[in-house]
Design a protein around this ligand. Structure first.
Ligand code: AMP
Ligand code: ZN
Length: 488
């Protein structure tokens, strides 16, 4: 067991408290995170949640846990909208793009995989799909019916929240009480087939317009939205596993209903610790597809968003995101990104200096203490912003040593260097020194941009276009702004 295991505390949404992390099986961690519904390209808000769980995955690995990280891909299932209707968003998108459902999912999954590489996310242990686990979903539904917690109406199956509440606590995660909800939404209850407004679909009878249809004991149809996560998490991680995560917006109804399904089928809640990552906002409002206030992750690195006048490297974006705790809201603004870019540059500069420092017979400050502060920040519910503050403290020391105002021994320097790099690169997933302004390409790009400008000044559009197109072929995008030309 790593000497650093045993200090980690995790905020458990189930208890509303920070708890000591004690994995079910010593040395092993099973983690399930709800993945994307791939009917469109994931936006930066979606990416924030996946980047946060990537950081969590990375720290668990650094603590030497043997982690199995399962993150699903939703490529089937009907989602309940605010009016209480069950909607097949993948089928809808497929029709509008004149494709099959799985073609749409494939198209956006290719993009999603590319984004994971661009934003330096480690691949999960497995990314199972809902369509690959229809049989398992049907089996859970059968068990839930057998146990008396679901009923069949006209080819659809609904979870019986009232029956369930006689034995288990519905609302255990979200704190929503069924009785209060009933009062709130009584008038909205236009959902004919359900016995009770809070009941939710486990299986939906096929509609004539459905693109994907499966056979089941109840006739042809589609799985409900929540059952896929019950099927896939328990298949890969067992009936009871360590961590279940997702965005805060999934707490209710998705995760609440998942718990109900697991208890209804298997008799126990799926996970010991529930973790919820908070939202990326734009002007205080959640970034979302339906509100239309979203940024695509690729547009940000290419500098093609309408709102930002320059591109940002994925490293700067990650650094920006890590400066907010995963349970805090974060507003996406150009000022904040510019500040992150500057901060990241300062930290990178210090790190590039570290291997050139002169060593002394003694250290003038407590280096072990500084390194311990990196671990204690992350042990405190993955507090990446405090870790970054402590890394800045280390950067300050490096500059002082460089100026001859502090001293460090050879051993201390080599452990400080290794730990700083480990926390920045391996834990936060940020590559040192890779921003546009300080990469090795920078002087070459300055020259190329200069030559292009000369061509433009001479109205030699053939040459200037040739340079731009040639760079594009090499994967470099240039953008002309009022402050000059930038590249990414
Ligand atoms: P979806 O594809 O809508 O199921 O969302 C995939 C993941 O992204 C879920 O875990 C959501 O909670 C999360 N998510 C959606 N919008 C945002 C946002 N604005 N900020 C952070 N996470 C989000
Ligand atoms: Zn889920």
């Amino acid at each position: 067991m790593s000497s650093h295991q045993g200090n980690l505390k995790i905020y458990n949404s189930l208890s509303g408290q920070k708890e000591k992390f004690e994995p079910i099986q010593t040395g092993f961690v099973g983690m399930y995170v709800c993945g994307p519904t791939l009917y469109s390209e994931p936006h930066m808000g979606n990416m924030r949640t996946f980047i946060n769980f990537d950081m969590i995955f990375r720290y668990l690995l650094q603590l030497d846990y043997n982690v199995k990280y399962v993150r699903n891909i939703t490529d089937a299932g009907h989602i309940t909208n605010s009016a209480g209707d069950e909607v097949d968003s993948i089928g809808k998108a497929a029709k509008s793009e004149k494709m099959q459902s799985l073609e749409i999912v494939y198209k956006y999954n290719v993009k999603f995989q590319e984004l994971q590489r661009i934003y330096n996310l480690l691949p999960p242990s497995i990314e199972p799909t809902a369509t690959g686990h229809i049989q398992e979903q049907i089996e859970h539904i059968e068990k839930i019916i057998e146990n008396g917690f679901a009923y069949v109406v006209n080819g659809s199956v609904y979870f019986d929240v009232k029956k369930y509440s006689e034995k288990f606590e519905y609302g255990i995660l979200s704190g929503r009480k069924v009785d209060e909800l009933a009062e709130e939404t009584r008038t909205l209850n236009a959902q004919g087939e359900k016995r009770f407004f809070a009941d939710f679909a486990l299986w939906k009878k096929a509609n004539p317009e459905d693109m994907q249809i499966w056979r089941s004991p109840w006739g042809n149809g589609n799985p409900g939205w929540h059952i896929e996560c019950t099927a896939m998490s328990t298949k890969y991680l067992g009936n009871h596993f360590d961590i279940h995560g997702g965005g805060m917006d999934l707490k209710f109804p998705h995760h609440e209903d998942e718990i109900a399904q697991n208890c209804g089928s298997l008799g126990c809640t799926p996970a010991k610790y529930w973790m919820h990552a908070n939202m990326l906002n734009v002007n205080g409002q959640k970034m979302s597809k339906s509100l239309g206030n979203f940024f695509l992750p690729k547009e940000i690195v290419e500098g093609t968003t309408a709102l930002f006048d320059k591109p940002y490297s994925p490293n700067v974006i990650r650094f920006f995101m890590m400066q907010a705790h995963y349970r805090s809201n974060l507003d996406f603004t150009q000022d904040a990104l510019n500040a992150a870019e500057k901060g990241f540059s300062r930290l990178s500069d210090a790190l590039q200096l570290i291997d050139k420092l002169t060593v002394s017979p003694t250290s003038s400050f407590d280096v072990k203490d500084l390194i311990t502060s990196f671990y204690s920040a992350m042990d405190d519910d993955f507090n990446a912003p405090i870790l970054i503050a402590n890394l800045f403290e280390a950067a300050k020391r490096i500059n002082l040593i460089n100026d001859g105002k502090d001293t460090i021994t050879k051993e201390d320097l080599s452990s400080l260097s290794a730990e700083m790099k480990r926390f920045l690169q391996d834990v936060l997933g940020i590559e040192i020194g890779v921003t546009n302004s300080d990469s090795k390409l920078a002087p070459v790009m300055d020259l190329v941009i200069d030559l292009r400008q000369q061509a433009r000044d001479n109205k030699d559009w053939t040459t200037s276009d040739k340079i731009r197109d040639g760079l594009a072929t090499a994967g470099i995008v240039i953008k002309d702004t009022k402050d000059g030309t930038s590249w990414s």
